[in-house]
Design a protein around this ligand. Structure first.
Ligand SMILES: [Zn+2]
Ligand SMILES: [Zn+2]
Length: 347
């Protein structure tokens, strides 16, 4: 039996989101049904709802920062029981057999992972995301949300948390390392908290000093304005790792100049346009320009456990579903501190 569920959807590209109903598949033997309580609004929801990244599937129910409670489990489910706190991030399935999948990197599945929304599930049906009251997902793509984390501030960890945790860990963030976070938005503020908790000396590089007080409170040791050319002179050769979280095109050459020899500039932002880069900026100092995309399921669980241990949740503005369109405009104007989270009971 499918379940009819209230949701907020974009009926077509660039159209405002509106209330609707969708069908969730019957709970299969390996599935869990999650009663969604909170869903974060990620910048990529807007990119996709407005086809900024290319052709998309409509109607679209965005949302890949999902936190809720398990209310039904399939007969073969072993990792969850009714009443468990559970989260779903950016993907809901993968082939499970390829090299990346076997290595716990389901996000890089060679068959393509099944995205939580704007994707096609193994049943051939479009996937619908977290701006809805329930979701059915195979248990392998649900993670546990530790009791120490409130569900509302945990929801954004499912995308913003893992998107920053995975590259920070991979590139060696820890005690004795100098790490810069570019941009203090939804991703950036998580990057600051996580890099600080990992023990690094953290610097925020933001366009202006407008959010300096916030940045220092979140755990940054230093805060610089990138609109000031002196910043790039003063900090030349400083960092082991720079994590860029901005979705606007950036002068990567200038940021590479801030790295130590062998340092890495890791980009997790997804601008809609290609960038130009003079490759000489990589040669001197043997620098690395890298990318990273979310993280695997096991690492997502590791990130949630780490955040619970260190008392890290997202800084959120809780909204009702009727405020989603207004929230989108505010995200586009960088006017959110630091993540909108939808109370899905209001859908
Ligand atoms: Zn996201
Ligand atoms: Zn695979």
């Amino acid at each position: 039996m499918t379940t009819t569920v209230a949701a907020y959807a974009a009926p077509s590209s660039k159209a405002p989101l509106e209330r609707t109903v969708i069908e969730r598949r019957a709970v299969g033997e390996h599935d869990v049904l999650i009663d969604i309580q909170f869903a974060g609004i990620c910048h990529s929801d807007i990119h996709q709802a407005r086809e900024g990244w290319g052709e998309a599937i409509f109607p679209m129910v965005p949302g890949h920062e999902i936190a809720g409670i398990v209310t039904e489990v399939g007969s073969a489910v072993t990792r969850f029981k009714v009443g468990d706190r559970a989260g779903v991030g950016c993907m809901v399935d993968s082939c499970g057999a390829c090299e990346p999948c076997k290595a716990g990197q389901e996000q890089h599945c060679v068959e393509g992972n099944v995205q939580t929304y704007n994707g096609i599930g193994k049943d051939g049906e479009p996937t619908y995301g977290g701006y809805s009251q329930k979701v059915v997902v195979t248990e392998g793509f649900a993670v546990r949300i530790p009791d120490a984390l409130s569900l509302d501030v945990a929801a954004p960890l499912l995308c913003a948390g893992i998107t920053t945790y995975s590259p920070l860990k991979h590139w060696g963030t820890g005690p004795g390392k100098k790490v810069a976070i570019v941009g203090l938005g939804g991703l950036g503020h998580m990057g600051v908290k996580i890099a600080h908790a990992l023990g690094a000396e953290v610097t925020v590089l933001s366009q202006t000093l407008r959010k300096k007080d916030d940045g220092l409170k979140l755990g940054a040791d230093h805060y610089y304005a990138t609109s000031d050319p002196a910043t790039f002179q003063e900090l030349a050769g400083t960092f082991d790792v720079i994590l860029s979280t901005v979705s606007a095109p950036l002068d990567f050459g200038a940021y590479l100049g801030l790295l130590k020899t062998g340092g890495a500039l890791v980009n997790v932002g997804a601008p809609e346009e290609p960038i130009a880069l003079n490759l000489f900026s990589l040669l001197g100092g043997s620098k690395v320009l890298a990318g990273s995309m979310i993280g695997g399921i096991a690492e997502t669980q590791e990130m949630l456990d780490f955040c619970a241990e260190h008392g890290i949740g997202a800084e959120i503005e809780l909204i009702e579903a009727s405020q989603i369109n207004e929230a989108y405009e505010r995200v586009l104007n960088s006017d959110v501190r630091y993540r909108f989270v939808i109370d899905t009971a209001t859908i």
